[in-house]
Write a protein that binds this ligand. Structure first.
Ligand SMILES: O=P(O)(O)OC[C@H]1O[C@H](OP(=O)(O)OP(=O)(O)O)[C@H](O)[C@@H]1O
Ligand SMILES: Nc1ncnc2[nH]cnc12
Length: 174
């Protein structure tokens, strides 16, 4: 089934700050056919990359990463914002299109050498995903690919991802 993903993504000007054009995926999530098609396409790609575990950053990374891992029958590891994970963690500070934050992962969440696919809804500056990849690498994981619904091309997020293969469903030029 061919889905026009763009028609399920809503543009909200000046959210969460003046000057940001927010690409809202909630209409896509709310449509069973569009959501399923998006996950199936990214799952196929993650399988081709040889994914052994999927890792996604809080919060929107979970609505992409968790169904991907379920669909592939492999584990899902959450990366969370500071202070939310209960066991021992490693952390990294990162820049966002609209701020700064700290991300954490449990130190025992992945095995050295394990093939990891990282997933999120949107690639903007790449700050969140670069930080997520750094966390995985601190634990010795092998990041084999990065999967997203959306890529904001002018922000050049791919350039921050160390040449790791990237797959995105929708690219915006503006
Ligand atoms: O490429 P970047 O410039 O890092 O931007 C992309 C990130 O920004 C958004 O998350 P946000 O931090 O707004 O958190 P949320 O998922 O909790 O809404 C989005 O879900 C990505 O994770
Ligand atoms: N423009 C944008 N729209 C939605 N989520 C984002 N995360 C970072 N930039 C974003």
């Amino acid at each position: 089934m061919t889905v026009d993903y763009r028609s399920w993504i809503r543009d909200i000007p000046n959210f969460p700050k003046e000057g940001i054009l927010f690409r809202d995926i909630t209409p896509l999530l709310g449509n069973g056919d569009a959501y399923k098609a998006a996950i199936n396409t990214l799952a196929e790609q993650a399988k081709n990359w040889g994914a052994e575990v999927i890792i996604g950053p809080e919060a929107r990374g979970y609505v992409v990463g968790a169904p991907l891992s379920y669909s592939l029958g492999i584990g899902f590891v959450p990366v969370r914002k500071k202070g939310k994970l209960p066991s021992e963690t490693v952390s990294v500070t990162y820049d966002l299109e609209y701020g700064k934050d700290i991300l954490e992962i449990h130190t025992d969440a992945i095995q050295p050498g394990q093939k990891v696919v990282v997933a999120d809804d949107l690639l903007a500056t790449g700050g969140t995903m670069a930080a997520t990849i750094e966390l995985v690498q601190k634990l010795g994981g092998d990041v084999v690919g990065a999967a997203f619904f959306i890529e904001l091309l002018p922000l050049s997020g791919r350039d921050k991802l160390q040449g790791i293969p990237v797959h995105t469903l929708v690219q915006y030029d503006d």
